[in-house]
Design a protein around this ligand. Structure first.
Ligand code: F6P
Length: 359
């Protein structure tokens, strides 16, 4: 009798910890004597004749500490699911049929999808079409509903905190205002956590529209109190009270977030007369080795995904709740982003240590 065969793929933007999940899947599947294949470049690998690699102990040894994904990924292509709230996307029927054929021909009995909101939306559609799907949530933005945390987030925060530690020393030496722009399209989790841990004085997030005059006042007060410099963390999706999110149109016609850091810095310089510099952290937050926490969370998610296949709980997504790895229906996890509540304990704590949100 042939061995049970399962498949795994990584989809959407990469993040530290993806390889830890893959390794966790392979190790626990191997103990059950199952075979694992990995589709390359997200869902694209499922297009006929199927672009995949055999994943076994040998091909996944020593990958846990590696950033990125050994399988490759994409947030474009035939299965594209737009990231973000309310963006229902549909995989075209012919693409679905072709992928189904690949799955059947390769004798794949279960498909583990590691991805964010967009990928889970695609995963849900595949499940509704009869694919035996299990979801594993990932995103550095930590904005997926139905899981208290995604792996990749802690690593991104660690990178941003390291940047803040460095900006502190140069900012103090020159008595400047330093503005750090971090990722976070719809949610300010990276800005809030890194700002708290990195000793920021101002945190601007999408959930709390800011008034630049209030930010400038805060900086002037700090100046008067004798502080040499001020650290400002801005999420890329932060917006002023009277304006919208800052996006740039690329040559290929795509809209990308970014640029708010520079605008905030310019306004601060104008209103306070202080020398100001901006640093855009960009994809540094997505690259590099995962933190200890993300390695452990990734491993736990991978092991849980295999357990869910064993239990036949298809259409479920692995979820982290109260220090436990559980599962929820994928349908419950998509189209609802988890954002920072302006009235949360974390925001209150930040305010208590004199962090200004510009409101
Ligand atoms: O969704 C994760 C994320 O890191 C966002 O914070 C950021 O805006 C986006 O991905 C960048 O995507 P890309 O790699 O396509 O530029």
């Amino acid at each position: 009798m042939s061995k049970k065969r399962i498949a795994v793929l990584t989809s959407g933007g990469d993040c530290p910890g993806l390889n830890a999940v893959i390794r966790g899947v392979v190790k626990s599947a191997d103990r059950l004597k199952w075979e694992v294949i990995g589709f390359k470049d997200g869902f694209e690998g499922m297009l006929p004749p199927g672009d995949y690699v055999i994943l076994d102990r040998a091909s996944t040894t020593n990958i846990m500490s590696m950033g990125g994904t050994i399988l490759g990924t994409t947030n474009k292509g035939h299965f594209v699911a737009k990231v973000g709230m309310g963006d229902k996307t549909a995989v075209p029927p012919d693409v679905l049929q072709k992928s189904k054929k690949t799955i059947e021909e390769l004798r794949v009995e279960a498909l583990i999808i590691i991805g964010g909101d967009g990928s889970m939306t695609t995963g849900l559609q595949l499940f509704e079409e009869g694919f035996p799907v299990i979801g594993v949530p990932k995103t550095i933005d930590n904005d997926l509903e139905a899981t208290a945390m995604t792996f990749g987030f802690d690593s991104a925060v660690a990178t941003a905190v390291d940047a803040l530690d460095r900006l502190h020393t140069t900012g103090e030496s020159h008595k400047r205002v330093m503005v750090l722009e971090v990722m976070g399209r719809h949610a300010g989790w990276i800005a809030l956590h890194s700002g708290l841990a990195g000793g920021a004085n101002v945190i601007l997030i999408p959930e709390i529209p800011f008034d630049i005059n209030i930010v400038a006042e805060h900086i002037k007060n700090r100046d008067a109190a004798g502080y040499k410099s001020t650290m400002v963390v801005v999420a890329e999706g932060a917006k002023p009270k009277d304006g919208g999110t800052i996006v740039r149109k690329t040559e290929s016609g795509e809209y990308r977030l970014g640029g708010i850091g520079e605008i905030v810095a310019r306004e601060i310089a104008k209103l306070t007369g202080k020398e100001t510099r901006t640093c855009v952290l960009g994809h540094l937050q997505r690259g590099g080795a995962p933190t200890t926490l993300d390695r452990i969370l990734g491993t736990r998610f991978g092991v849980k995904a295999v357990e869910l296949i064993q239990q036949g709980k298809f259409g479920s997504m692995v979820s982290y709740q109260n220090y436990h790895v559980e599962d929820v229906p994928i349908a419950q996890a998509v189209h609802r982003l988890k954002t920072v509540s302006p009235r949360s304990q974390l925001v209150d704590t930040a305010r208590a240590v004199e962090i200004c949100f510009g409101d």
